[in-house]
Design a protein around this ligand. Structure first.
Ligand code: FES
Length: 103
């Protein structure tokens, strides 16, 4: 397992919300799925839309550019136009610290 780095405070991301953090120069989106935190590549695989600024619906994120959709747990494409999955990253929560495995 890789190295985990602290990226955010759990108390700053309410359920159903997302935030974008920088992990070693790479943008990673963190989403709060009703108390469970997941981390995934911020950049949409279609044309690079910022997924963390999109819409979170359950465990699906909709890209703000062309409404492509991904499952944020698995990274799989749920709805075109993207055809390639996004990367997902392991998350650890310790107290109020959210830690993400380095990409
Ligand atoms: S850039 Fe995300 S759907 Fe086109």
């Amino acid at each position: 397992m890789g190295e985990f780095v602290k990226v955010a405070a759990a108390s700053e991301i309410p359920p159903g919300e997302m935030t974008i953090v920088d992990v070693d120069g790479q943008e990673v989106a963190i989403a709060n799925l009703n108390g469970e935190f997941v981390a995934f590549q911020n950049e949409c695989t279609h044309r690079g839309g910022p997924l963390g600024e999109g819409i979170l619906m359950g465990d699906v994120v909709e890209c703000p550019f062309h409404a492509g959709q991904f499952n944020v747990r698995t990274g799989e494409v749920v709805n075109a136009p993207p055809s390639e999955p996004i990367a997902t990253y392991a998350v650890q929560v310790e107290g109020d610290d959210i830690k993400v495995e380095k990409p």
